[in-house]
Write a protein that binds this ligand. Structure first.
Ligand code: ZN
Length: 246
């Protein structure tokens, strides 16, 4: 068996036999692979602290192409300590783990890994987890094949007089095509496009009005429900904590 060192992040874990776990790891180089961490549930195991969800590091493994690889050690790249001690941050990060796994299964584009890790870094360094999550949800639409039309009216192509964004039409709508579609604020219309195109790594400040964020978040929820075909348990939990927060 060949030894490999791969950058990756643990998406999920399952107990295996009496003291081991199987880790589902999204790697930068090879996509999602299964790694067995032998004996990691023993108190004294050196693999114990790194064999869990959200561990992000360089995984030293005995690599097996068809089947489970075996974990030797992990050099942790980022502990995400701020995220792990904050219920709101960790809830959003968990949602992103689950979403990323689903999106990656439909489209194994290598850029997904860097989008995902950039978003975790931003959440950990204190940026609003809702906005960071919305940015990722917007960017993932293209990988799911359900991208939004944000360069003109999604019904007639008109580039001017955009008055709302529509789930039904999948993008902007101009005043001539509005009919009885629900309106969103002009701030939300502009912001959603900005978030769609922004380079996450370059964000230094997010100073957004709560109502505008809420509008975009609700739009994305509805859009994902309508077109993505994904059902994510962690999303239901996020909805619950959001209700408590309001
Ligand atoms: Zn139009």
């Amino acid at each position: 068996m060949e030894i490999k060192k791969l950058e990756g992040i643990v998406l999920s874990e399952t107990n295996y036999s009496e003291s081991s776990k199987i880790l589902n790891v999204l790697t930068k180089e090879l996509g999602i692979i299964g790694i067995i961490s032998r004996g990691c549930r023993k108190i004294k195991s050196q693999l114990r602290s790194v064999s869990c969800k959200m561990t992000w590091g360089l995984f030293n493994i005995y690599y097996k192409e068809n089947g489970l690889s075996t974990l030797i050690s992990v050099d942790v790249l980022d502990n995400l300590n701020n995220t792990k001690k904050d219920i709101i941050k960790i809830s959003y990060a968990s949602f992103l783990l689950e979403l990323t796994e689903q999106v990656y299964k439909q489209n194994n584009d290598s850029l997904i890994f860097s989008l995902f890790t950039s978003s975790l870094k931003k959440i950990d360094s204190g940026f609003d987890p809702i906005v960071i999550t919305n940015i990722i949800e917007l960017k993932y639409l293209d990988y799911l094949g359900i991208g939004l039309q944000l360069d003109g009216c999604s019904n007639c192509g008109n580039r001017d007089d955009i008055v709302t964004i529509s789930v039904k039409y999948g993008g902007y709508i101009c005043k001539d095509c509005l009919k009885d579609l629900p309106l969103v604020s002009s701030k939300a219309i502009k912001l959603i496009r900005m978030l769609y195109y922004v380079d996450i790594d370059k964000i230094t400040k997010l100073d957004l009005h709560y109502d505008t964020i809420k509008e975009i978040d609700s739009f994305l929820d509805e859009y994902y429900d309508e077109y993505s075909g994904l059902y994510l348990k962690s999303k239901q939990f996020l909805k619950k904590i959001n209700t408590i927060n309001c």
